[in-house]
Design a protein around this ligand. Structure first.
Ligand SMILES: [Fe+2]
Length: 622
């Protein structure tokens, strides 16, 4: 057994089902399950559905990180129905079984746990009605991990196939059926791929209409670029979440600090019917941004809005809960400390057509270069020398591991399209001569230049960056040196998605004008007040017309000062689709007309094409 596999198993959750199943049959899981329909494996009960689908599974189901031969399956069982097994008790045993392949008998405590109903049965079928199953197994429900189930099926399924899955408990609670598609073989010819990407869905700020529209799309998978949850739930006495979207944390504070707080966020977000539909219909590939832990966070686990001291225990807690809830193929080992407990940067190949490379821009990054104050330091800043220091790092302030890995993946990829899943804005964003947001790559311009130069020198082609974080739709042309050589040829295209629900710049202006506050502003409210004051003077009349005038002025000023930004819209919410073929990448941005009601429609915002071998952005609609 190689080291990676062993560490992976140590994570308790993912992988355990296979171990159990392998041990149970004394053979491979596939063999056992293939026999399952005709020949019931000895000792093992087959759980049969009794209750209506979904009852007992308050967060429904999810799948993620597809491979050519598998996926991660996820669910959570209502602890009032079943208390699962304790991970601490079971881990040493599981480790022992898998490392000793000569064992053909199942540890009797596992059979006992299955018979006790503390393990769940999962079924995989190519039929939506499960009239036949291609795979069946048992996985522990982990009481120490909030009663979640997480199973890795890598190695057990066929490439480029749509599968349905469900979970059944011993008493007959059956989950809703989920669906996912496996990837093609990593070297296979693939004529096209199509995926959606999103970021920033503040539950309290609106309904997840965007996710419902995504659920209806025909896709290979969905990429989530972070801010899946917001640690801040606000204080309803002065903030204004929708009345039926308020969240009360167990610690009764306005921000998540404890493990119960963070779990409550995920319980609530995943209780949303549109969120559930998206997860049921598509596998997700997720990375985090800051709000899965705390606003504008940086190494070493600093939450600068709360304290400039490191908060390793809080960060470790946030890591654990992300690990519990995200169907991601990552390991979690709390004994390694917050920094090394979890590594989320990873890549996946879509045949020879594309490689998706995802980075972590929060856990290892440097502090803000010019200070942690809001106006003039983190935001709306004149800048400082540190910005241009390549040691001021987004990808790794204490180690260059991630940066080397990233550059190596992009430069050596044999796929036609290199798609970078990047959290924060890559190209510069200046307004009135000031840096708008030094929490983005502008605060790391030295490293940005180093990366861009290296990719240019290596002759990397077909490099597309997908970005979230700023609650704004943008299409940008990336350069090596924006200030001194803006006419140089581009190194790639950045395509930023607006938010699912989080406040955009227009809503931030509304807050400045009308005095409303939300939990998910792309910039602090005082910064926006300052911006409005600078180019509009003191606001004396409060009206929607003033809001429109301000956002229009802001948009055109930003376009003029940042000519590499070709399209910019921060007045709406929505999602993007990237469709890749050998000849071109087609980017489609969709906007929803409201997030304040569930009754919403969507419209095309823009559609653009990037021809293969070029760095031009052709707007074909919108
Ligand atoms: Fe966000």
């Amino acid at each position: 057994m190689d080291k990676t596999r062993r560490i992976f198993l140590k994570s308790l959750l993912a992988g355990s089902a296979l171990l159990v199943a392998e041990s149970l049959s004394g053979n491979s899981l596939v063999n056992m399950v293939k026999a399952a329909d005709n020949e019931k494996p000895s000792n093992l009960p087959i759980f049969t559905p009794v209750y209506s689908p979904g009852a007992g599974f308050p967060q429904s189901v999810a799948s993620g990180d597809p491979t050519p031969s598998g996926v991660i399956l996820w669910t959570r069982v209502d602890p009032s129905i079943i208390q699962g097994v304790s991970g601490n008790e079971y881990n040493p045993g599981l480790m022992e079984w898998i490392q000793d392949s000569s064992k053909s008998k199942v540890n009797s405590s596992v059979v006992e746990a299955i018979n006790n109903g503390q393990f769940i049965m999962f079924e995989i079928s190519t039929e939506p009605d499960f009239s036949s199953t291609v795979l069946r197994g048992y996985a522990p429900i982990y009481s120490d991990f909030d009663n979640v189930v997480k199973i890795d099926l890598d190695g057990y399924l066929s490439p480029r196939t749509t599968y349905y899955y469900r979970f059944v408990t011993k008493p007959g609670y059956v989950s809703k059926a989920g669906k996912f598609k496996t990837l093609p073989e990593s070297d296979a010819y693939l004529s096209s791929a199509r995926f959606a990407y999103i970021s920033c869905g503040d539950y309290t700020n609106g309904y997840f209409n965007v996710l419902r529209f995504i659920a209806e799309e025909e896709l290979d998978f969905v990429v989530h670029l972070g801010d899946y949850v917001y640690e801040s739930v606000g204080d309803p006495t002065y903030q204004n979440p929708l009345p039926d979207r308020q969240i009360t944390l167990p610690s009764n504070t306005s921000k998540a600090f404890t493990i119960d707080d963070y779990r409550t966020l995920y319980h609530t977000y995943r209780s949303d019917p549109d969120m559930q539909k998206m997860h049921e219909n598509h596998a997700i590939i997720a990375i985090w941004d800051d709000h899965e832990f705390a606003n504008d966070t940086y190494y070493p686990a600093v939450a600068p809005d709360d304290s400039l001291e490191s908060s390793p225990a809080r960060r470790l807690t946030a890591n654990q809960v992300w690990f519990e809830y995200m169907p991601a193929r990552v390991t979690f080992d709390p004994t390694l400390g917050f920094k090394d407990s979890l590594k989320i940067y990873r890549s996946m190949k879509l045949g020879n057509l594309a490689e998706l490379i995802l980075t972590d821009e929060r856990l290892y990054r440097s502090s803000h270069p010019c200070g942690e104050g809001e106006i003039g330091e983190r935001y709306l800043a004149d800048g400082c020398d540190k910005i241009h220091d390549p040691n001021q790092s987004m990808l790794g302030v204490t180690t260059s591991d991630q940066r080397n890995w990233f550059l190596n993946r992009v430069k050596t990829s044999t796929a036609v399209w290199k798609i970078w899943g990047n959290e924060v804005q890559f190209v510069p964003l200046k307004l009135l001569g000031k840096y708008v947001n030094l929490d983005a790559w502008d605060g790391f311009a030295g490293e940005r230049k180093l990366i861009s130069q290296e990719l240019k020198d290596a002759g990397v082609q077909n490099f597309i960056v997908i970005t979230g974080d700023f609650h704004t739709f943008e299409a940008n042309v990336m350069k090596v040196d924006y200030e001194n050589d803006p006419d140089s040829s581009a190194i790639g295209i950045e395509l930023m998605v607006g938010s699912v629900t989080s406040s955009n710049l227009k809503e931030l202006i509304e807050q400045a004008v009308y005095g409303r506050i939300t939990n998910s502003n792309p910039l602090p409210l005082p910064v926006m007040k300052e911006i409005i004051e600078r180019f509009m003077g003191p606001i004396t009349v409060i009206s929607d017309a003033i809001v429109s005038e301000a956002i229009n002025k802001l948009t055109s000023l930003l376009r003029i000062e940042n000519p590499w930004i070709k399209l910019f819209d921060s007045t709406t919410h929505g999602y993007c689709i990237l469709e890749l073929t050998m000849n071109k990448a087609t980017w489609t941005a969709y906007s929803v007309d409201t997030v304040k009601s569930r009754n919403a429609s969507k419209r095309l915002l823009w559609q653009c094409e990037v021809p293969q071998g070029r760095t031009t952005l052709n707007v074909i609609a919108g």
